[in-house]
Structures are given as structure tokens and as C-alpha cells.
Design a protein around this ligand. Structure first.
Ligand SMILES: Cc1cc2nc3c(=O)[nH]c(=O)nc-3n(C[C@H](O)[C@H](O)[C@H](O)COP(=O)(O)OP(=O)(O)OC[C@H]3O[C@@H](n4cnc5c(N)ncnc54)[C@H](O)[C@@H]3O)c2cc1C
Length: 394
């Protein structure tokens, strides 16, 4: 692939820079971390601005409100947004980065029309209800049950670690529709309206003092059969499409942020008089080079995704290395800021709090979307062609 910008990409870049320069100063201040109504409002207002300006859903088809842009243009958009420090996808990362894209590939025309424009306009927030207390890495062991009753499924069970479920309107949910089939073959993928009676959402408080994860309980929740995406009992295959997007392009925002933080750490080290240390310069430089290499890999993943619409296992390589390298970067930062690394607060106006916060937040990166060990299994089997992991002893 050609890494240079085409004329059209350069024109888009210039147009975006001008738009961002005019728009970003108009935004309200970023809301406090635990002010969920304000966070939802802020993120959706940003999404509406993108939509009105023609920048929502860069790669999504025009008929569903997207821009129908080329992969190259999509990457220009991501890079310009990150460089300008524009708001990120925020509470609707599931809708924009993997539920929406899954609908684009797998849903019926009616389902797409009902949801894709609403996601892009900033009218619908989605969450993901895949993991359960006993089904994380071994997701196919999930037990949330959906039983047909006329034109509806009746859903009972529990999900856990559902990010932003307390501010979501819809959920992508995996349910067991055939308990007698082999475990990967009795699962279906449903769109679930979070206002349906029988749903209880309970936020979980994390070590970071935040509450973005939730437990979600289903008690006789009735879901129209028309809300199933894909065939009944074919939900595992649909979930693999979701994971393709989640790992393939879902972490691009985190990558852009890590790249920016490598520069921020270098600037901070200079300000604190630590930049004379060649070991520190080498560590930050090596990680910055790795983030650049991962950005090049992202370009390849995005280009590949257009051939069949779904990112391949290259996404696991990206997620695996990015999540570990990000943790290494914040560890380097914590080392040179000394005791300031004991608090989230910026001391004496020096910006060190983000290092502590990002280090703790990055713990979750190596778990969410499939743990590091699971990514290693995928890379081993699907990229390197190594033998499959032996099945556990009965
Ligand atoms: C930031 C974040 C956001 C998340 N958001 C969501 C969400 O929105 N929706 C949702 O449904 N879930 C979400 N999750 C849950 C996430 O998908 C699970 O935490 C993850 O799949 C791991 O499952 P588990 O926590 O049950 O750990 P387990 O599966 O119990 O794993 C425990 C440990 O055993 C290791 N292990 C397990 N199996 C193997 C194996 N075969 N080979 C080698 N090692 C293995 C794991 O790597 C891990 O270290 C999120 C998690 C995080 C941290």
C-alpha cells in the first residue's frame, strides 16, 4: 500500500483542520468522570456535530448516513482528530465501533434502517452484553437463556462488565437459544432495547474509583424475534464478526492516545530536567517507534477490512502489542515522576495525573475485548498457523 496522501486525502485533511480549528473552541468543558448524564450529553453532542458536518461514520455507506469514504480517508480523519485532541467516541464506542459495523455486515435492511442512522446521528447509545460471571474468555459457555414464546424470545440471565450499560439505549446481547446443541452452536445475537421491562442495570465500582462497568440482569425480558441478527443458533459466527471490528479497529483511539502520550511524556521529562538520561530517552523513543509501527499495521488492517468488510486476525496483533506497550509507557512515566505517581492530581500545575490514571485504566486494556493470553492463542493459531490449544481435560 502507498503510505503517501493522495490529492483527495490531502484536501480532506485541510478541510478537517479548518473545521476542527473553528469547532473545538466552541465545545463545553469535558464533564467530570462520574457525571454520567453530562458525559452522555457531551459525547452525543459531539457526535451530532460530526454528523451535521458530514464526518460521522467515515467508512459507513451514504444510504445509512455515513460518508462512504475510502480507507485512506478514514485514516486521515482518525489522525487529524487525534492530533487536534478532539473528543473520542466516548460512551457510544460499542455503537460506533462494533455493534453498528456488525449490523452493517449482518443485519436485514429494516434493522439497518432502524439503527444505523440513529447511531451516527448521536440518537442511540449501545452497550455490549456478551460476558457473564462464568463466561469471559470461554464466552461460548454463556448461559443467559432465550426461549421462544410466539413472536418473542423470553430472556433470563446475567451479564457482567457491560461498559456504559447505565447510559445505553440498546445492547448487543448473546443468548443461548439451544441448550442441547454443542456450546458454540446454540447461541443467537440479539438487539435488545434497554428500556424493556425486566432489565436491571447495576454499576460496578472499579479500583480507579469509576463506575463505567455494569452488571445487567434479565428477568423475563421479552424481545421480538425480529430483533435477532443472523439466523437462530448462528450467533457465534455473528459474534466473531463483532470481535473482528472490536479488535481490528476498535482500539485505534487507544493507539492514537498512546502515541500522543509518548510525546507528552517526552515533553514532561524535558520540563522536569530528566531528558539528559539516555536510558529514559531510549525507552520513550522505542515505545514511540512501536506506536508508529502499530499505526502502520492499523493502516494495513483497515485496508484489508475493505476486501470482505471485516478486519482479520491482524487486529489481534494490534490489540496484543498496543495494550502491553501502553502499560510499559505509563510505567516509564511513573518511574520518572517519582512521588507524584502516588496521586491522580497534578501537583504544582505539572501534568502528571494522567500518567497515574492511564496506568490504572490500561490494566483493563489487556482484558477487555479478549485477554492478552487469548490474543496470543489467536495469533498463534490463525496468524502463525501453530497447532490449536489442547482442549481442557474432561
Ligand atoms: C475495560 C474492559 C471493558 C469490558 N467491556 C465489556 C463489555 O462492554 N461487554 C462485555 O460483555 N464484556 C466486557 N468486558 C469483559 C471482558 O470481555 C472479559 O473480562 C474478558 O473476556 C475476560 O474474561 P474474564 O474476566 O471472565 O476472565 P477469565 O476468562 O476468567 O480469565 C482469567 C485469566 O485466565 C486467562 N485465560 C482464560 N482462558 C485462557 C486460555 N484458554 N489460555 C490462556 N489463558 C487463559 C485469561 O487470559 C485471564 O488472565 C470488559 C472488560 C474490560 C477489562
Amino acid at each position: 500500500m502507498d503510505l503517501r496522501l493522495s490529492d483527495a486525502e490531502r484536501a480532506l485533511r485541510d478541510e478537517l483542520r479548518a473545521w476542527l480549528a473553528g469547532t473545538l473552541p466552541e465545545l463545553d468543558a469535558t464533564p467530570a468522570r462520574e457525571d454520567w448524564p453530562s458525559r452522555r450529553r457531551f459525547d452525543l453532542e459531539w457526535q451530532k456535530r460530526l454528523f451535521d458536518a458530514g464526518y460521522a461514520g467515515m467508512s459507513w455507506p451514504v444510504e445509512y448516513g455515513g460518508r462512504g469514504a475510502t480507507p485512506g480517508e478514514q485514516l486521515v480523519f482518525l489522525e487529524e482528530m487525534a492530533d487536534a485532541r478532539a473528543p473520542t467516541v466516548g460512551v457510544n464506542f460499542v455503537g460506533l465501533l462494533h455493534a453498528g459495523p456488525t449490523l452493517m455486515v449482518e443485519a436485514t435492511a429494516e434493522q439497518k434502517t432502524a439503527h444505523l442512522p440513529a447511531i451516527l446521528r448521536g440518537d442511540e447509545v449501545w452497550c455490549q452484553g456478551f460476558s457473564e460471571p462464568s463466561a469471559g474468555s470461554d464466552l461460548a459457555s454463556l448461559r443467559t437463556r432465550a426461549v421462544r414464546d410466539g413472536e418473542e424470545y423470553v430472556v433470563n440471565g446475567q451479564k457482567i462488565w457491560s461498559s456504559f450499560a447505565h447510559v445505553a439505549d440498546w445492547a448487543e446481547v448473546l443468548v443461548r437459544t439451544d441448550p442441547d446443541a454443542p456450546k458454540h452452536k446454540g447461541i443467537s445475537w440479539l438487539m435488545l432495547d434497554m428500556t424493556t421491562p425486566g432489565i436491571t442495570v447495576r454499576p460496578i465500582h472499579t479500583a480507579l474509583g469509576s463506575s463505567e462497568f455494569c452488571e445487567v440482569f434479565f428477568d423475563e425480558v421479552r424481545v421480538p424475534i425480529t430483533n435477532r441478527v443472523g439466523l437462530e443458533n448462528d450467533g457465534w459466527r455473528v459474534a466473531m464478526v463483532t470481535f473482528g471490528f472490536e479488535r481490528g479497529t476498535g482500539f485505534v483511539g487507544e493507539l492514537m492516545e498512546a502515541r500522543r502520550h509518548a510525546s507528552d511524556l517526552a515533553a514532561l521529562a524535558q520540563r522536569l530536567g530528566k531528558w539528559d538520561d539516555p536510558g529514559l530517552r531510549r525507552e520513550i523513543g522505542a515505545l514511540a517507534a512501536e506506536f508508529d509501527a502499530l499505526w502502520a499495521l492499523t493502516k494495513r488492517n483497515v485496508t484489508e477490512a475493505t476486501s470482505d468488510g471485516v478486519p482479520g486476525p491482524g487486529g489481534s496483533v494490534l490489540k496484543l502489542r498496543l495494550c502491553e506497550a501502553a502499560q510499559e509507557l505509563y510505567d516509564v512515566g511513573r518511574r520518572f515522576i517519582g512521588r507524584a505517581g502516588l496521586t491522580f492530581d497534578d501537583l504544582a500545575g505539572i501534568p502528571t495525573g494522567f500518567i497515574v490514571e492511564e496506568r490504572l485504566r490500561s490494566l483493563g486494556f489487556t482484558l477487555g475485548g479478549g485477554t492478552t493470553q487469548i490474543q496470543r492463542n489467536i495469533v498463534g493459531e490463525r496468524v502463525l498457523g501453530l497447532p490449536k490449544e489442547p482442549a481442557p481435560a474432561p
